[in-house]
Ligand binder design. Structure first.
Ligand SMILES: Nc1ncnc2c1ncn2[C@@H]1O[C@H](COP(=O)(O)OP(=O)(O)OP(=O)(O)O)[C@@H](O)[C@H]1O
Length: 288
């Protein structure tokens, strides 16, 4: 049995959890810093995902502050489209994150399996993401690393944003280079100050990727991706056939000047979203 966390360390002030409180099930996946297991809280039988991170890895990659920030931000957020972090605990070697279980796994898997999504699915996910980001921005949280691998699906196909590793809680403009290349906004590529509008840019990238199967500025090398982003070298292939309204939304998000990008409120009112998005955020037609 592992050592219980102290009150000041515990991610959940109501209860101090330990490994003995959980029955561990099958592995759900492996990340850069540890493994994720299906688990059940022994008393309530409540199903969760338990993410195990080795302290050695945290020290090796010096991600202590990043992880702490991720845990604090994610615990404070409560939104149907944001994966809950119920709490955390640790023993000598490991840190355990008690996460909401996302039965449908990664949205990335669905995208790769189907090649691309339908307009209804894409609009539903963009609407869910917009709602979650509006909530985050209202709490002064910028995610900065939204990509299909960080988007999970629950048993009904509802989208859940996971992984707050790169998010920041700030009301000031930020100047730190981070995020995954294909999803980087031009102001981040140029290492200029950036604000909430970086997440709106990413919504444009994702909307394109959902509908076409690949992000719009993909290139052979990192340097070429950067060049294409800075030039806004955007083109819409003839296949698959995508509606003009969807292209209009993408074009209004992939705008170089952050202040001219469509706001989150306007995304939610955009005719393509109004026409195609499921009001409950559920994609029942998706095979998960
Ligand atoms: N809450 C969850 N519910 C269901 N599956 C999950 C959950 N969290 C993670 N997984 C699965 O476990 C795998 C590994 O997740 P993890 O978050 O460790 O990886 P990661 O996205 O590479 O993160 P990191 O970059 O922090 O290592 C993912 O591929 C995902 O499919």
């Amino acid at each position: 049995m592992s050592k219980k966390s102290t009150e000041s360390d515990a991610g959940n002030t109501e209860k101090q959890w330990s490994l003995a409180d959980f029955e561990i099930g099958r592995p759900l996946g492996k990340g850069k810093f540890g493994r994720v297991y299906l688990a059940r809280e022994a008393k309530s039988k409540y199903i969760v995902a338990l993410k195990v991170i080795f302290k050695e890895q945290i020290e090796k990659y010096k991600i202590h502050h990043q992880l702490r920030r991720e845990m604090e931000i994610q615990t404070s957020l409560r939104h149907p489209n944001i994966l809950r972090l119920f709490g955390w605990f640790h023993d000598n070697e490991r840190i355990f994150l008690i996460l909401e279980y996302a039965h449908g796994g990664e949205l990335y898997g669905v995208l790769k399996q189907n090649g691309h999504l339908t307009e209804q699915q894409a609009a539903t996910y963009i609407a869910s993401l917009s709602q979650a980001l509006a909530y985050c921005h209202g709490k002064c949280v910028i995610h900065r690393d939204i990509k299909p691998e960080n988007l999970l699906l629950d048993h009904e196909g509802r989208l859940k944003i996971a992984d707050f590793g790169w998010s920041v809680q700030s009301s000031n403009k930020r100047k730190t280079m981070c995020g995954t290349l294909d999803y980087l906004a031009p102001e981040m590529v140029e290492n200029r100050d950036h604000d909430y509008a970086v997440d709106n840019w990413t919504l444009g990238i994702l909307c394109y990727e959902f509908l076409y199967g690949n992000p719009p500025f993909e290139a052979e090398s990192q340097k070429d991706t950067f060049k294409r982003i800075l030039k806004i070298d955007l083109s819409f292939p003839l296949t698959p056939n995508v509606s003009e309204e969807a292209k209009n939304l993408i074009s209004q998000l992939l705008v170089k000047d952050p202040s001219k990008r469509l706001s989150i409120e306007k995304i939610m009112q955009h005719p393509w979203i109004v026409k195609n998005a499921d009001p409950k955020g559920v994609c029942a037609s998706i095979d998960i």
